[in-house]
Design a protein around this ligand. Structure first.
Ligand code: ADP
Ligand code: ZN
Ligand code: ZN
Length: 823
């Protein structure tokens, strides 16, 4: 009876492949285990998705599994199924979806390596061949990766034909060499007393102070001690260890250790206050815990204004799940931006919480992942990829700020939305899902209205210290166009905003200023000829960065010196248009010389832990003003913040994206929610050139319901989500013509593949708004269909078009189901 394994390779290749299971691997080769298989000319990592032993197939002609890489299967059957769904829904290969569910850096790859052979001397052909052989002789038989051969010749591509000639002439050999993934379980040397050490005469004979100290340390510990710790605690050296081992008193061995899992470790966890929940919280919590207790798979939309106590509800719901012995996943948009929230979870649940974040090394991630699977942690907090955490017995999934665009992954595939995967995973596991936000996505609002989700509302802020709830802060609009007309606008900050800031400084209160553009000035232009510096790799203008006097591209990172005069006409009249955070910072320094400002944007937060340092300093009152990009809008809770100013509310509002208004409303409502959260009353000032824009008008009134109704009506009229389905297609290539040709062919194929589907529109191809990024030309086509059409029918049409269109090398088609950014 042949033992067979169905394997999905962890690459963009479609399909499931059958391998023979050698006897010696039979017990480890189970579904969910990672395996090494030969695939074409390479060896690749794959995952077994099924064992199909005994089915009559010509097993002898099948290739065997080369190795099983996991002692315990990496993926549970639950996660295998979930990734299958993600692949089907987002139109990617199953292997790509599985890869997203595994901790990164664990794949084993092979690379081709070239070794020089004895026949090298007799080579008389192509002189470049001699260059290669010389280089190989220099590395003395240790071989050279094929990719490096190109470098030896000073070329970009590997001369494959030449290598084959050299191989045929017996001058070199090309091998596949297995290269391990970078992440492996970390072991460190540990020490322990030998079993009978205390009873042995050698023990009594020990006299050296260091030796005695070391033995003491080991005797007092109940378990083996890391050698490094033992040396530190005893003052002994490694030669002391050696001599004790030599006398048979101490044993050394390697044991698994966990790398430091997150940089929230050092934060002291204050005991959580025992709060009495207010009535809206009680109502919401009861509904959620009821569902958890009854094991009713239910999704809740917890819609509570900023400061209404949503996090408190999550904490107690988590407690309920944990009390039942279940585990939970909490998704947060960006860990680095929400240190306060993470701290609260830590304070409540201590060591039972695993925090996953993007700045973990592959090794740290692997360690955390293994411990989650082993049930050491019962709560996992993390960004979107945490939805694939291998928790056992899932009872609750919380998605905080469920409207956040960062829950959607774009590159690489799978292009999944973590909120949707959360709802699905919870549902399949029979668990409860809570989506929380002050400004829910319109998709979730529609799902609640349709009865798919249960809506829970918390319309008031939490009352403070026996007094009535802090009201949401009043919002004022400053019309920048009018300010300019009456010649009152000197810089980026209008008169009213300056006044309000001055008042805060006088009263020793704090201000948060949002300017959603980093750098100094977004555009440099020549007053005489209109020249503007553009990026050589991207179709965007370069941003002026002040301290370094550089021009930078925010898409590809290109950086060049700012010219002193116009390179086109020689004029010195170069003007910097618009204001980024650096310019606003400079203006504040001019207007309020004594004010202490903290700036938080991508440029000030490149170092690990930088967000937290800035926010902690602001929290301790070491600054009067926190100025930054949308990073300052999220989740912050500082009692002394009484003013929030939005320097330019129009950024992003006028983008040609049907979600532009929704995004603007959400950002304004979020940042406004930072003001006056405690006993000091707050105020919000929005500066704009479009005071009549609905997103602003509804934000002014804190009217989410009104905004949602207005916006949903527009979406319905235009057939956009949540009333329509969209699939975005992005075509990329090195030349404009080639990219457009690919886009046309694919789009034509899409027309014919979808012609039988009623109501489907194929829009495009059109050059993307930014038609070139990192030297790649970009063309878009949009597939639009009524909601009533099943997603699978649309998917089938796209798959058919994909199968029919040949993609030339260097070109790409990115398929994005339910896209969130359309430019
Ligand atoms: P949200 O997550 O909705 O913004 P939080 O849960 O952060 O709201 O609550 C806002 C503030 O009110 C926090 O400082 C929190 O500790 C406090 N808080 C929450 N619930 C209560 C309560 N029932 N009684 C007193 N304070 C509360
Ligand atoms: Zn000029
Ligand atoms: Zn660029």
């Amino acid at each position: 009876m042949p033992a067979l394994a169905q394997v999905v390779p962890l690459t963009p290749v479609e399909g499931v492949y059958t391998y023979r299971v050698p006897d010696e691997l039979a017990s480890e080769a189970v579904p969910g285990a990672r395996v090494l298989v030969s695939f074409g000319r390479r060896a690749l990592t794959g995952v077994i998705v099924e064992r199909t032993d005994g089915e009559s197939s010509p097993a002898r002609t099948l290739k065997p599994l080369l190795d099983v890489l996991d002692a315990r299967p990496a993926l549970t059957p639950e996660l295998l199924e979930l990734t299958r769904w993600v692949a089907d829904y987002t139109l990617c290969a199953w292997g790509e979806a599985i890869k997203a569910a595994l901790p990164s850096g664990t794949e084993v790859e092979t690379r081709r390596v070239v070794h020089g052979l004895a026949g090298a001397e007799s080579w008389t052909g192509d002189p470049r061949g001699a260059t290669i052989l010389d280089a190989l002789a220099e590395v003395n038989g240790s071989g050279m990766p094929v990719a490096k051969i190109a470098t030896v010749l000073g070329r970009k591509t590997v001369p494959q034909a030449l290598l084959r000639q050299l191989e045929a002439a017996g001058a070199l050999r090309i091998d596949d060499e297995v290269q391990d993934g970078t992440a492996r379980v970390k072991t460190e040397r540990h020490l322990r007393l030998a079993d009978d050490a205390l009873d042995r005469p050698e023990y009594e004979a020990v006299r050296g102070a260091r030796q005695l100290a070391l033995l003491d340390v080991l005797r007092q510990a109940d378990e083996p001690v890391r050698q490094a710790d033992a040396l530190r605690d005893s003052g002994a050296s490694s030669s002391t260890v050696k001599s004790l081992i030599g006398r048979g008193l101490v044993e050394a061995f390697d044991a698994e250790v966990e790398r430091r899992v997150d940089d929230f470790d050092e934060i002291p966890t204050e005991p959580p206050p025992d709060l009495a929940l207010h009535p809206f919280q009680v109502h919401a919590l009861d509904a959620i815990t009821d569902a958890i207790t009854a094991q009713r798979r239910e999704t809740f939309l917890l819609q509570g204004v900023t400061g209404s106590g949503k996090t408190e509800v999550y904490l107690r719901a988590l407690r309920a799940a944990l009390d039942r012995g279940q585990s939970a996943i909490v998704l947060v948009p960006e860990i680095a931006l929400t240190p306060q929230t993470v701290r609260r979870f830590r304070a409540h649940f201590g060591d039972r919480v695993a925090v996953l974040h993007s700045r973990m090394s592959p090794g740290e991630r692997l360690d955390a992942w293994n411990r989650i699977r082993d049930g050491v942690y019962s709560i996992v907090i993390g960004p979107r990829s945490a939805i694939f955490a291998p928790v056992q017995d899932l009872g609750l999934v919380v998605v905080d700020e469920e409207h956040e665009a960062s829950y959607k992954q774009f590159d690489p595939a799978p292009r999944y939305h973590a909120r949707d995967v959360a709802v699905l995973r919870a549902h399949r596991a029979g668990a409860v899902c809570v989506l929380g936000s002050a400004t829910p996505s319109l998709e979730s609002v529609a799902n609640a209205t349709a009865g798919k989700y249960t809506r829970l509302e918390m319309p008031d802020r939490v009352p403070v210290k026996g007094r009535p709830a802090a009201p949401l802060p009043p919002v004022r609009i400053v019309d920048l166009a009018r300010e300019r007309e009456i010649q009152r606008l000197k810089g980026a900050l209008a008169h009213d905003l300056r006044e309000a800031m001055a008042e805060r400084l006088k009263r020793n209160e704090q201000t948060i200023l949002l300017q959603n553009r980093r750098g100094y000035a977004p555009v440099l232009t020549c007053e005489d000829c209109g020249w503007t510096p553009m990026c050589r790799n991207c179709a965007v203008s370069l941003t002026v960065h002040k301290p370094t006097r550089n021009l930078r591209c925010h898409y590809c990172g290109l950086s060049e010196r700012q010219p002193a005069k116009c390179p086109s006409c020689g004029s010195f009249n170069l003007r910097q248009l618009g204001a980024g955070t650096q310019r606003v910072e400079e203006e504040i320094a001019e207007v309020f010389p004594g004010a202490r400002v903290l700036r938080m944007d991508l440029d000030t937060t490149t170092r690990k832990g930088a967000h937290r340092r800035i926010l902690d300093a602001f929290g301790r009152g070491e600054a009067d003003i926190l100025l930054g990009t949308q990073m300052v809008a999220k989740g912050l809770d500082f009692p002394r913040v009484t003013l929030v100013g939005v320097v330019n509310a129009d950024t992003g509002m006028l983008l040609p994206d049907f979600r532009a208004a929704e995004r603007t409303f959400q950002l304004l409502a979020q940042v406004a929610g930072r003001a006056g959260r405690h006993d000091l009353p707050g105020e919000v000032i929005l500066q704009t050139r479009n005071p009549e824009h609905p997103a602003l008008q509804f934000a002014l009134a804190h009217d989410f319901e009104g905004f949602a109704l207005h916006e949903l009506a527009e979406r319905a009229a235009l057939g956009y989500p949540p009333y329509g389905r969209l699939i975005g297609l992005e075509f990329k290539g090195p030349t404009e013509g080639g990219t457009m040709t690919l886009a046309r062919r694919f789009t034509d194929a899409l027309h014919s593949a979808s012609s039988h589907l009623a109501g489907v529109q194929v829009l495009g191809p059109v050059p993307a708004l930014i038609h070139r990024i990192k030297r790649f030309w970009r063309v878009h086509t949009l597939l639009k269909a009524p909601r009533t059409l099943p997603a699978s029918a649309l998917a089938k049409a796209v798959r058919a078009a994909e199968a029919r269109t040949k993609v030339a090398s260097g070109h790409r088609v990115n398929i994005d189901v339910d896209p969130v950014g359309l430019y």
